[in-house]
Design a protein around this ligand. Structure first.
Ligand code: ADP
Ligand code: MG
Length: 246
């Protein structure tokens, strides 16, 4: 579903070059759950933005759903199949838009249902992410961060994506809400399988929600390990991350 081959990204500011991602290769199979771990500045977000086509690589190739992204004709299909979720939901929900309007956007943009059917579908999804139906009449500042992330998850799922990219989606939440959102994500993945790439600085968290973990340090992959075998990690950096998350 994703094939990353020798991909690299350099940023140049004021004659100073930063190698954010350096010669990285891996692939993600359909419905696979892949984690990207690493400390702050290790290149995790840059790698995710390259996959999301929000940044252009300076070297290497990226294939999504079997197509080289440099030769893709139909971006619309890809943008529907590939969704993203970030740390701060307020960065993507406009402050003066109520949650129903936010949830209606994909139905309007892609025209896959009439308004009455879309509103019914939204009610179904809101209950499915364990929120009260009436919450859709509220504005983003009126609900908690954990509830907003569940609204964002509902909006992602109602599009039936093939691939979802998560960049620290629970890092701003308290431990209780973090667990609620992660448990919900696992429930949704079991019911309606999709592949995902989940970025986190917390390797212990990744172990609970992924099949495989890619460990990054200074823009390089230092180790790729099956999540259930994390205890058998050989690279000292991976071991340090495991210790830090215990
Ligand atoms: P992480 O998500 O693992 O914390 P990032 O991918 O955000 O790491 O950053 C990797 C490196 O690239 C860091 O040194 C960061 O300062 C740099 N970087 C990220 N984005 C930019 C940018 N837009 N311009 C310049 N440097 C950047
Ligand atoms: Mg980051």
């Amino acid at each position: 579903m994703i094939q990353v081959e020798h991909i690299g990204k350099q940023y140049t500011n004021h004659h100073h070059t930063i190698h954010a991602v350096h010669d990285v290769s891996f692939s993600v199979a359909p419905n696979e759950r892949v984690g990207i771990a690493g400390g702050s500045g290790s290149g995790k977000s840059t790698l995710l933005k390259l996959i999301a086509m929000l940044e252009k690589p300076t070297s290497g190739t990226l294939r999504l759903f079997g197509e080289d992204v440099t030769s893709i004709q139909n971006y619309r299909d890809i943008y529907r199949s590939m969704q993203m979720m970030f740390q701060n939901p307020l960065s993507i929900i406009p402050p003066r838009m109520n949650l129903e309007a936010f949830l209606l956007e994909p139905y309007i943009n892609y025209g896959f249902m009439d308004m009455a059917a879309a509103k019914d579908d939204i009610r179904k999804w809101i209950q499915h992410v364990d929120l009260p139906k009436a919450i859709v009449q509220k504005y983003p500042h009126e609900v908690s961060g954990g509830q907003l992330q569940r609204v964002v998850l509902a909006r992602i799922m109602l599009m039936h994506p093939k691939l979802v990219l998560f960049d620290e989606p629970t890092s701003a939440l308290d431990a209780v809400n973090q667990k609620l959102v992660l448990d919900l994500l696992q429930k949704l993945h079991r019911e309606q399988p999709f592949g995902y790439v989940f970025v986190s600085h917390d390797i212990g968290l990744l172990q609970a929600v992924t099949d495989r973990i890619i460990v990054m340090k200074d823009g390089h992959i230092v180790e790729i390990i099956e999540s259930k075998r994390l205890k058998e990690a050989v690279h000292p950096y991976t071991k340090a991350l495991v210790e830090a998350s215990e």
